[in-house]
Design a protein around this ligand. Structure first.
Ligand code: HEC
Length: 158
């Protein structure tokens, strides 16, 4: 082997070692980079999730609102008969406090006076409205529910 051949093979070996070393370095850098970016990627994912949710909410909102109003108005139209206590709950807005001059539930004298008209009259006045009181108290209730509420009010005003 000549001098120059020796140095060629030496160079080749060195060159090979350097290529391997650089490949290893590249892999290490790639791994480090992916570690460093994983936090950022998670944040970006979370942010784009949030943006997507908002965008979807915005896009469907007119439909959602429409659905909400349909759902909200549907049950009141077909509202089932309620028990006296349940039925009285919306009436309490006026009849617990005496708002607008409503006879207060629990006031035996007032209700005894009203009852002299007869229960049927009280029912029909509650259903059709009387004075400052709107028909059915302004609620969309069945006649039976209003009657149950009147009974409950009378029962609790003795
Ligand atoms: C917006 C307030 C208001 C609400 C809500 C309301 N009432 Fe009245 N209610 C009144 C007022 C005011 C009177 C007195 C009216 C009058 O005698 O001039 C009255 C009177 C009555 C009377 C006596 C009627 C009579 O002939 O003397 C009954 C019975 C009655 N309400 C039942 C109910 C029932 C049942 C509900 C719930 C479904 C209800 N009210 C909800 C305001 C209200």
């Amino acid at each position: 082997m000549s001098e120059s051949q020796m140095s060629d093979s030496k160079f080749n070996r060195l060159f090979l070692i350097m290529i391997i070393a650089m490949s290893v370095l590249t892999i290490i850098l790639m791994v480090l980079a992916s570690f460093a970016s994983s936090d950022v990627n998670e944040e970006l994912d979370a942010q784009s999730d949030l943006e997507n949710t908002q965008a979807v909410a915005e896009r469907i909102s007119p439909v959602g609102e429409f659905a909400a109003t349909t759902v909200a108005s549907a049950p009141t139209a077909v509202i089932a008969d309620l028990t006296g206590a349940e039925a009285y709950a919306p009436c309490a807005a006026c009849h617990a406090s005496g708002a607008a001059g409503a006879p207060i539930v629990g006031d035996a004298t007032t209700w005894a006076n009203r009852l002299t008209k007869g229960a049927e009259t009280l029912y029909s006045n509650a259903i059709n409205g009387i004075g400052a009181m709107p028909a059915k108290g302004g609620m969309n209730l069945s006649d039976n529910t209003v009657k149950a509420a009147v009974d409950y009010m009378l029962e609790n005003s003795k």
